[in-house]
Design a binder for this molecule. Structure first.
Ligand code: NOJ
Length: 537
């Protein structure tokens, strides 16, 4: 029975204790009737977030953008898209959030800009333009075809032909998202100044987009074919991204970005990292710990929902963390289907229990606290380019980006206009107002759990030990710090299961159950899909 001990037990940094909450700003709250959320909407909902009990808000991109990838195509890194507000509204948001002890994290998109960014307009205007080398240009092969076989994540070749200047430019994602050339020191300096622009305004950190793609092979070698059934095949890719992802040079850039953040006090550095094997994620912590505070752990995003599989995922992760490296867990975001849809409606509270009681920083996705599910969007109504370009896959991201369901009024209280994506049919029942009024709701479950997480230090820095021998469908673990002993038990199955704790305690009390059951004693019978958090006396 292995116990994992968090390091630095009592002097935790703010982000080590924080619960992060991702807002997809287009879908949170509209205040001007255009059917798209805005910054004033977030300001209006800050009290809701305080009441919910989260600590930090990460907002997906809010910068000027033609919205080819809904904001991840940035046309000006140092301004706000008028659809969301302006810099004054942003400053107000920051002040209002800070006044409530909430941190604000921005999305930083260094791998690519929009094709409408003035830098790219200059770069593509002529081969002699001083900004030509700010992006990645290559000649065609003798037969006119692209310089190599690299494929774009969102489908097709990663190279786009430019008629005017007779060269190809690289785009890891859409042609509207040309890749910046991070081997050019002028680009590096300009992009660091973007960080400083927002840090000077007072933002508390960044979530850095697509960082694993930042550096590409200098020799532009062809990527090899994927092995059938491999991790990459799952994404509809034909090639393994050997020369386009996870290049060691990227780590040098991360270290330097980190140094920019360290010019300021107490800012958090979060990387959008992912790797099929945990061991390949660890270098993103830096050596020693001079990279990301939070290199996102996405391996739980597509985890199969069964006890032994989940246990292996957690153990494998803890086992390879570098000394001092703090774990984190993500179960939902704007790029994958809603967790209630992936894991099953009956399990979604258990996912929350896991996320908020494991050792590691939780990142929640807006709407998961009320159990929002995917909204079905027929092929002809898809607007996400990934879903449109790869119609044979189930990768389209519109279903998980639909408007927040605030109440049962028309358009769920999200907008007075026409919502940019359809609302869930069930919004008249599944919404914040209805759940606030219902003691046993998912929202009240999350509120209680978040309060417990705040008040129980063992959930932050307590040791972590799996409790063995509880049978197939149960997953149980202990968290312990300074005499406080907690036990979490999840029933993954569709039948009742009993856990016997007599070897651990004389008496345990229920602090919270997904089903709001409330027992004490040494044996606990969990209902199908029930999870419980207990205090061991
Ligand atoms: C990752 C983001 O999460 C995703 O939404 C976006 O499309 C790509 N990076 C490209 O920026």
């Amino acid at each position: 029975m292995k116990t994992y001990h968090p390091n630095g037990t009592n002097n935790l940094k703010w982000w080590q204790k924080a619960t992060f909450y991702q807002i997809y700003p287009r879908s949170f709250q509209d205040t001007n009737g255009d059917g798209i959320g805005d910054l004033q909407g977030i300001i209006n909902r800050l009290d809701y977030l305080v009441d919910l009990g989260i600590d930090a808000i990460w907002i997906s991109p809010i910068f000027p953008s033609p919205m080819a990838d809904f904001g991840y195509d940035v046309a000006d890194y140092c301004d706000i898209h008028p659809m969301f507000g302006d810099l004054d509204t942003f400053d107000r948001l920051l002040a209002e959030a800070h006044g409530r002890n909430l941190k604000i994290i921005l999305d930083y998109v260094p791998n690519h800009s929009s094709h409408q960014h003035p830098w790219f307009l200059e770069s593509r205007s002529s081969r002699q333009n001083p900004r030509r080398d700010w992006y990645i240009w290559q000649d065609a092969k003798a037969d006119g075809s692209p310089p190599n076989n690299w494929e774009a994540f969102f489908g097709g070749s990663a190279w786009e032909w430019d008629e005017l200047t007779q060269q190809y430019y690289l785009h890891t994602f859409l042609p509207e998202q040309p890749d910046l050339n991070w081997r050019n020191p002028e680009v590096v300096e300009a992009m660091y100044n973007v960080l400083r622009f927002w840090l000077d305004r007072g933002v508390d950190g960044f979530r850095v987009d697509a960082i694993i793609c930042l550096m590409k092979d200098e020799q532009f070698r062809d990527n090899p074919a994927v092995q059938p059934g491999s991790f990459w095949a799952r994404w509809g890719n034909q090639l393994e991204p050997r020369y386009t992802m996870h290049l060691p040079e990227t780590r040098q850039q991360i270290r330097q970005m980190r140094q920019v953040l360290d010019e300021y006090e107490d800012r958090v550095h979060i990387g959008e990292t992912s790797a099929p094997e945990y061991i390949d994620l660890m270098p993103y912590y830096g050596d020693p710990l001079d990279g990301y505070d939070i290199p996102f752990n996405f391996n739980t995003l597509n985890a199969p929902w069964y006890a032994a599989g989940m246990r292996a995922l957690i153990e494998d992760y803890y086992a390879v963390l570098p000394p001092g490296g703090w774990p984190n867990f993500v179960f939902g975001n704007h790029d994958v289907h809603r967790l209630a849809t992936r894991y099953g409606h009956e399990n979604h509270r258990s996912v929350g229990m896991l996320l908020l009681t494991l050792w590691g920083i939780p990142t929640m996705y807006y709407g998961d606290e009320i159990g929002m599910e995917d909204v079905f969007i027929p092929l002809e109504q898809r607007i996400d380019p990934w879903g449109i370009n790869k119609p044979e896959t189930d990768l389209g991201r519109d279903p998980e980006r639909t408007p927040m369901q605030w109440n049962s009024s028309p358009n769920a209280g999200f907008t007075t206009g026409k919502p940019w994506l359809p609302l869930a049919d069930n919004y008249t029942q599944v919404n914040v107002a209805a759940q606030l009024a219902d003691e046993g709701s998912t929202l009240n479950f999350y509120k209680k759990l978040l309060r417990l997480r705040r008040s129980l230090p063992a959930l932050h820095n307590g040791s972590f030990t799996f409790v063995d021998g509880q049978g197939d469908d149960l997953l149980a673990y202990q968290r312990e710090a300074n005499g406080q002993r907690l036990l979490v038990c999840l029933n993954f199955g569709a039948a009742e299961r009993t856990i016997d704790l007599s070897h651990l305690t004389n008496r345990a009390e229920t602090l919270l159950s997904t089903h709001f059951t409330n027992h004490s004693g040494t044996t606990f019978t969990l209902r199908p899909h029930e999870s419980i958090l207990l205090q061991l006396n």
